[in-house]
Design a protein around this ligand. Structure first.
Ligand SMILES: C=C(O[C@@H]1C=C(C(=O)O)C=C[C@H]1O)C(=O)O
Length: 368
């Protein structure tokens, strides 16, 4: 099902010359000198559209640096006046919104912790009624697409049509190479539900370290995302926050140069022809896969009838183990990922069990 947000497309409110939107700047505004000099270096690359800076920082523990506060807005004004860069900051309360608007900030974003809290998002939405300013909404910390959509809807209902989403990854219990798990499938779901919604990737917060940023940035462009927000500091080694994930403006410039720009479509007719031929093959194979799965389920149902007539359990662990082992081996021999093969087989097995259960046992309807 498609989602109906009333959106003004990104290219109608921000000209990026057909290139991805690049937002860059320090995690936190620390001093006037740090912010303004970083802004100049970023502007001089000619590759940055918007200067970002954290003014109020949501920190996990008290006692850490919680942002420089309102004075930082004056520094941002100066950076904008001197470089011509647009400016963007995070807002988390109605007061932040008021101050940001009064300071002439160009773009607001809502942070991941705020997106997770509908009261906060509503407070921000109420403060934005009657205002024409672009608002970007980061995914909530927890992998819940409804919360992300809900926040987009709240802001949209306040009359903000210049909206976008920022994919910054999700908290996960498992420790991986990433600070926040990308869980690309959620960003893909959002793009599928809201095809007109610009989605921007935040590789800095996904990675938590400089080294992985180029890889994630390229993947984001390959996922047809419209831009990148990357933390950049004049001297990351002395940054007051997120030191490990910030890059110098020079490193950012190099990183952007090395990204392969991709288009959503090609205008080469030969490419289109070849793609169409290959897609026909995929269509045929998909049809066969679904047909074969249908046939397999019919046999499982037949087995269910036998089991019912002979009072044999549905689940047969040793048979299932054997299938899992043999088919995963086959999958690997065919260059398929073992994990993928396992997940696929598990899905099929669960459905086979559901089908047999339907044959063998009548499920009572729950009383209202
Ligand atoms: C179909 C059967 O029942 C279950 C489903 C299986 C399957 O779908 O392959 C395998 C083992 C059982 O857990 C069976 O016993 O063969």
């Amino acid at each position: 099902m498609k989602h109906t947000l009333d959106i003004i497309p990104l290219q109608d409110w921000l000209n990026t010359d057909g290139k991805p939107l690049i937002i860059a700047g320090p995690c936190s505004a620390e001093t006037e000198e740090q912010l303004v000099s970083t802004a100049h270096l970023l502007a001089n690359t000619g590759k940055v559209n918007v200067l970002r800076a954290g003014i109020w920082k949501p920190r996990t523990r008290p006692g850490e640096f919680e942002g420089i506060g309102s004075i930082g807005l004056e520094w941002l004004k100066r950076a904008k006046a001197e470089t011509g860069l647009l400016t963007a900051i995070e807002v988390a309360t109605a007061k932040h919104v008021e101050e940001a608007l009064a300071a002439g900030v160009d773009i607001l974003w809502i942070g991941a912790r705020s997106t997770a809290n509908p009261f906060t998002v509503q407070e921000i939405a109420d403060a934005l009624v009657g205002v024409d300013i672009p608002v970007l909404i980061k995914n909530p910390v927890n992998p819940d697409i409804s919360l992300w959509l809900g926040a987009l809807e709240r802001i949209n209902r306040a009359g903000i049509k210049k909206i976008g989403a920022i994919h910054r990854g999700f908290s996960s219990y498992e420790k991986t190479a990433f600070r926040n798990e990308p869980m690309w499938d959620l960003a893909i779901q959002l793009k599928t539900l809201c095809p007109d919604l610009p989605v921007i990737n935040d590789p800095s917060h996904i990675c938590g370290n400089r080294e992985l940023i180029p890889y994630i940035s390229q993947k984001a462009l390959d996922m047809d995302m419209q831009g990148l927000i990357i933390e950049s500091h004049i001297d990351p080694s002395v940054a007051w926050t997120d030191a490990k994930q910030q890059v110098t403006p020079a490193a950012l410039s190099e990183l952007l140069d090395n990204l392969a720009a991709r288009q959503a479509a090609s205008n080469d007719p030969a490419f289109d022809d070849n793609l169409a031929t290959l897609r026909t093959e995929i269509d045929k194979l998909d049809d066969q896969i679904i047909q074969k799965i249908g046939e397999r389920m019919k046999i499982a149902e037949k087995i269910g009838q036998y089991k019912r007539d002979n009072n044999v359990t549905i689940l047969q662990v040793s048979r299932w183990d054997e299938i899992l082992q043999k088919r995963t081996q086959l999958a690997q021999a065919l260059n398929l990922d073992a994990d993928f093969a396992k997940k696929f087989l598990e899905l099929v097995h669960n459905e086979s069990i559901r089908k047999q259960n339907a044959v063998m046992n009548v499920q009572p309807t729950a009383q209202a």
